[in-house]
Structure formats: structure tokens, C-alpha cells
Design a protein around this ligand. Structure first.
Ligand code: HEC
Ligand code: HEC
Length: 190
């Protein structure tokens, strides 16, 4: 009888556990996974993964898209009418997901040159070692190669300017080849 009771209690707890876990997924996350992938692991070209990204960074980007400081034809309509609380909820949710390995095949020579460039340019001063990020400074380790290259080119060309000058000034010193090498280094970090 005791065991039966224990079993019932465990079953109820397990059921409650799964309901609670499902409740944790913000309603609006369903709008995001089509492009950013299930759990924020994106495999769509030009689209960043959000899994394990800093909550503070995600929230600020959503706000920047909403207020027009950052523009993208796919993202800008997503945040129209979204409340600050909803943004916060989405940011918290995606920051807690696990970034899964993309098995990106970095070119070892390019990755080495990219690492040397990162050391020389002091990227770690802000992004910390191996690009793990902090607060409003994004984690870039393991981010999708084509997105890293695209966004560095956007900073260089000043198509993306919501960075308070931090990235546009650094990117202006990078050649196209540097950007490609940095992409191989950063996307290959896990
Ligand atoms: C139709 C595709 C699409 C949908 C749906 C979409 N996004 Fe995006 N998102 C993108 C693309 C593409 C970018 C990269 C924009 C750029 O190149 O600047 C992006 C960028 C972002 C960024 C910036 C990330 C970074 O690393 O700088 C955040 C945060 C984000 N999206 C969150 C969301 C959330 C939250 C949702 C759901 C409410 C969502 N997105 C829905 C396509 C989409
Ligand atoms: C002075 C501080 C600083 C330095 C140095 C710096 N970054 Fe950044 N970086 C930032 C900040 C802040 C952001 C977020 C900007 C924003 O809010 O849009 C950023 C954004 C980025 C992004 C976009 C990530 C995303 O998800 O969209 C990439 C890629 C990046 N940095 C790479 C680099 C590389 C490579 C270097 C060295 C060559 C570097 N950064 C040096 C502060 C810095």
C-alpha cells in the first residue's frame, strides 16, 4: 500500500512537472521557432541561434528592432506591438536553452588566422575569452558562420548601427578576409 501511494504521488508529481515545463514556454515563442529553430537553435541561412544567448542582449535587440534602431525585414514585423514583459519572457526563455553543436567544419588555417586577429583586436576585452559574452555583450561562440560574417559586414558597412559605436569602429579595421577568418574561428567555438 505504501509503495502504491508513493507511486501515485510520483506520477502526480511527474505530470505536474511536465505541465509546468510546458507552461514555461512563452506563447509568442511559437512565432520564433520557424526561423530561429526549435529551442532557438537555428539552421536557417542568415539567422542567428538564440539558444544560450544572454537574456539582457536578446531583450535589448528586441527593443532595438521595435524602436527602429536595428532593422531587418523579417524581424521588424515580429516585434510590432510586443510588450516589454513579453520581450523579457522570450529573452529569459531562449537564454535558458542549450546551444547544440552545429558540427561546423572550420577551416583550420582560417580559424587560426581568425584567432590571431581576435587577439590582436582585443575582442575579448568586451566579449571575454572565446567569445562567451556577458550581459548586453553577446555570446558569439558557436553562432552560425554565415550570420557572424553577415553581421560583421553589416557593422563594417554601418548597415547595423545599434551598437553605440563599439562594433562599427572595430569592424571598420577588419578586411573581408579578416571577417571570413574570424567567422571560421568563432563558429567553430563551442
Ligand atoms: C521570418 C523569420 C524570423 C522570425 C519568425 C523571427 N526572427 Fe528573429 N531574426 C531573423 C533574422 C533573419 C535575424 C537576423 C537579422 C539581421 O541580420 O540583422 C533575426 C534576429 C533576431 C535577434 C537578434 C539576435 C542577435 O544575435 O543579434 C533576436 C533577439 C531575434 N531575432 C528574436 C526573435 C524572436 C524572439 C522571435 C519570435 C517572437 C523572432 N526572432 C522571430 C528572422 C526571424
Ligand atoms: C568595445 C567592446 C567590444 C569589442 C572590442 C568587440 N565587440 Fe563585438 N560587440 C560588442 C557589443 C556591445 C555588441 C552588441 C551590439 C548591439 O547591441 O547591437 C557586439 C556584437 C558583436 C557581434 C554580433 C553578435 C550577434 O549576435 O549579432 C559580433 C559577431 C561581434 N560583436 C564580434 C566581435 C569581434 C569579432 C570582435 C573583435 C574583432 C569584437 N566583436 C570586438 C562589443 C564589442
Amino acid at each position: 500500500m505504501k509503495t502504491f501511494f508513493a507511486l501515485c504521488v510520483t506520477t502526480v508529481m511527474l505530470m505536474a512537472g511536465s505541465v509546468w515545463a510546458a507552461d514555461e514556454v512563452p506563447a509568442k515563442a511559437a512565432m520564433c521557432v520557424g526561423c530561429h529553430g526549435v529551442n532557438g537553435n537555428s539552421s536557417m541561412p542568415g539567422t542567428p541561434s538564440l539558444a544560450a544567448q544572454n537574456a539582457r542582449y536578446i531583450y535589448l535587440q528586441l527593443r532595438d528592432f521595435q524602436e527602429g534602431r536595428r532593422e531587418n525585414p523579417m524581424m521588424s514585423p515580429m516585434v510590432a506591438g510586443m510588450s516589454r514583459a513579453e520581450m523579457q519572457e522570450l529573452a529569459n526563455y531562449f537564454s535558458k536553452q542549450k546551444l547544440t553543436s552545429k558540427n561546423f567544419k572550420a577551416d583550420p588555417d582560417k580559424a587560426k588566422l581568425g584567432q590571431a586577429k581576435a587577439d590582436e583586436t582585443l575582442c575579448a576585452m568586451c566579449h571575454l575569452g572565446e567569445f562567451v559574452g556577458q550581459n548586453e555583450i553577446p555570446k558569439v561562440a558557436g553562432q552560425n558562420f554565415d550570420y557572424v560574417v553577415k553581421t560583421l559586414k553589416d557593422f563594417k558597412a554601418k548597415n547595423r548601427t545599434n551598437d553605440a559605436g563599439n562594433m562599427t569602429s572595430v569592424a571598420s579595421t577588419l578586411s573581408e578576409q579578416d571577417i571570413e577568418n574570424l567567422g571560421h574561428y568563432i563558429a567553430g567555438l563551442n
